[in-house]
Write a protein that binds this ligand. Structure first.
Ligand code: CUA
Length: 334
């Protein structure tokens, strides 16, 4: 027999579990949390989030209370014409109240959307999503990076977003909301940072086996430090290198690394993989997968598929002594 009380207890348990899960998910991770905004647009998104959580949470609790009342407390209906059996009750609670709530949500969302309109700015960064990394260009500055975006604080940055293969999504939770990167189409977006810091970003659209390891960093520098970084990134690279580094550069070409990778100031012009001109200065390797240090770099070159299975870098054999020289050379690229 259908037991209303047992069914209701199950439903109650399920709803309360959902509530507990929701609360448990509200962590405050320092580098990548929507609850810890570091810019005006992100703060507006966070504000809207809290508004929705609180309003909808209240509605959820009221609904639970009414459900509990209907299931456990209210006497069976005997057709005595109480308020809960009238058409008026249906119109008020089923049409008018939901319509008013939806209207409030609409106004709050539109309000935030309007506030997120990109402001005027003279700094543009072009980001191309790739399986499974980020190609980063500064078209007006002639700088190319990968998996890292340097920006000045207190100045909005215009983003041109597109993709070289499948749909990805650009998301730095502390700096703004999300925006898709679509092949053959350019989306306009923007970020800004109020304080200097290192903000983690993440691909937010499933794009293949290593979607989870498609992260990047936005490094916000005070304006004068940013200008210094720009000048340094654009300086000509030296032709002559110390013997070990020169040897490493030879290994780079001998092993065919230049087929996929470019290094400014050399004849390496490969476009399939990340530009390595500033590799030594990066915070991580493999698009946020492992910290950037000599051991990890050697491990990555030896067997990238062991660290990030399914990425597009093939395993290339490099003899151990060549590996040391190659890693030293790549680490010297800042
Ligand atoms: Cu790129 Cu998920």
């Amino acid at each position: 027999m259908f037991n209303v009380r047992r069914w209701a207890a199950w439903l109650y348990g399920l709803l309360l579990s959902l509530l507990a899960l929701g609360v448990a998910g509200c962590g405050r991770t320092p580098t990548q949390s929507i609850l810890n905004p570091a810019s005006d647009p992100a703060a507006r998104v966070t504000g809207l989030t809290w508004f929705l959580v609180i309003l909808l949470g209240l509605i959820f609790l009221i609904t639970l209370a009414l459900l509990g009342f209907a299931l456990f407390l209210r006497p069976p209906d005997r057709g005595d014409g109480s308020f809960f059996t009238t058409t008026r009750f249906v119109v008020i609670s089923g049409i008018l109240i939901p319509a008013a709530i939806l209207f409030i949500l609409l106004v709050a969302s539109l309000n935030t959307t309007v506030a997120l309109t990109p402001p005027e700015t003279d700094l543009t960064v072009r980001v191309i999503g790739r399986q499974f990394w980020w190609e980063v260009h500064y078209p007006d500055l002639g700088i190319t990076l990968a998996n890292e975006i340097q920006i000045p604080t207190g100045r909005p940055v215009r983003l041109e977003l597109t993709s070289g293969d499948v749909i990805h999504s650009f998301w730095v939770p502390r700096l703004n909301g999300k925006m898709d990167l679509i092949p053959g189409h350019e989306n306009q977006f923007w970020i800004a940072a109020e304080r200097p810091g290192t903000y983690r970003g993440k691909c937010a659209e499933f794009c293949g086996v290593q979607h989870a390891k498609m992260a990047f960093w936005v490094v916000a520098l005070p304006p004068e430090q940013f200008e210094a970084w720009v000048a340094d990134a654009r300086r000509p690279r030296p032709e002559a290198l110390a013997p070990q580094l020169a040897e490493g550069r030879k290994v780079f070409f001998r092993a065919g690394c230049d087929t996929c990778h470019a290094i400014r100031g050399t004849r390496a012009q490969g476009k399939r993989g990340p530009n390595l001109t500033h590799l030594g200065g990066r915070l991580s390797l493999g698009a946020g997968t492992i910290p950037n240090n000599t051991g990890n770099l050697q491990g990555w070159i030896s067997n990238p598929q062991a660290i990030k299975p399914g990425n597009l870098m093939p395993r290339v054999y490099v003899a151990p002594k060549d590996l040391h020289a190659l890693a030293a050379y790549l680490e010297s690229l800042k």
